[in-house]
Design a protein around this ligand. Structure first.
Ligand code: CA
Length: 223
């Protein structure tokens, strides 16, 4: 589970990060609204924790901008002011739940788990692209109604392609999303896995779906 924490107070951000990492979450921290918008728009997260009072851009404006970019990730808003207006405007801007500071970690965790469950149900719908079909609940994949057996990593890679069709995905984006690593030497492994995936998805079919964009990365597209 991957979480983005947008929080400028280092103490609070570290408290959340440490606690979530102990629960086996992968956590990215953004220290201001602009950074939050940039990370939230680039990467896939299962849930976002958003402080309201942030430098550069406030949390509600970030949520609104993310929703305009069609980022549907569930958002838990943190607010220091428990006024009704704050909460109402938070929910209006597209946040899914809120928590008033200070909060107990157990409460934060319970709210996050509920949001992740809800998000997963909403994402549970089958993905299709050309004659490919992927079921995110059972992790099964078919091409032309023939089932394809994939390893967990191959599945993760294909799901990432299918959630971002017709978009060139760089090796860095793929590394960050599917492996949670960013270092450069890793990119060879991505090429290896893309080739494994191609053998299973494309080799036996005339129409190839996974294409190399030389010097940039890969794209899932029909021609
Ligand atoms: Ca703050």
């Amino acid at each position: 589970m991957r979480v983005l924490v947008v929080e400028d107070e280092k103490k609070v951000a570290n408290f959340i990060k440490r606690g979530l990492e102990e629960e086996s979450f992968t956590v990215d921290v953004a220290q201001d609204g602009e950074e939050g918008l940039s990370l939230g728009g680039q990467n896939f997260y299962d849930v976002i924790i958003m402080d309201v009072m942030l430098p550069k851009m406030d949390g509600l404006a970030v949520i609104k901008a993310l929703r305009e970019k069609d980022v549907r990730t569930p958002v838990l808003c943190l607010t220091a002011k428990d006024t009704v207006e704050d909460i109402v405007s938070g929910l209006d801007s597209g946040s899914d739940d809120y928590l008033t500071k200070p909060f107990a970690f157990a409460e934060l965790l319970a709210r996050l788990r509920a949001l992740i469950r809800r998000g997963a149900q909403e994402r549970g719908a089958e993905l299709t692209f050309a004659d490919l079909r992927l079921d995110p609940v059972s992790h099964r994949v078919w091409r032309s109604e023939k089932e394809i057996e994939l390893t967990a990593k191959e599945y993760g890679l294909l799901e990432y392609f299918m959630r971002n069709p017709n978009q060139v995905l760089t090796r860095t984006q793929i590394a960050e999303h599917v492996w949670d690593y960013t270092f450069d030497s890793f990119t060879n492994i991505i090429d290896v896995y893309v080739n494994y995936l191609r053998k299973k998805v494309d080799r036996d079919y005339d129409k190839k779906l996974i294409h190399t964009v030389r010097g940039v990365g890969y794209v899932l597209q029909e021609d």
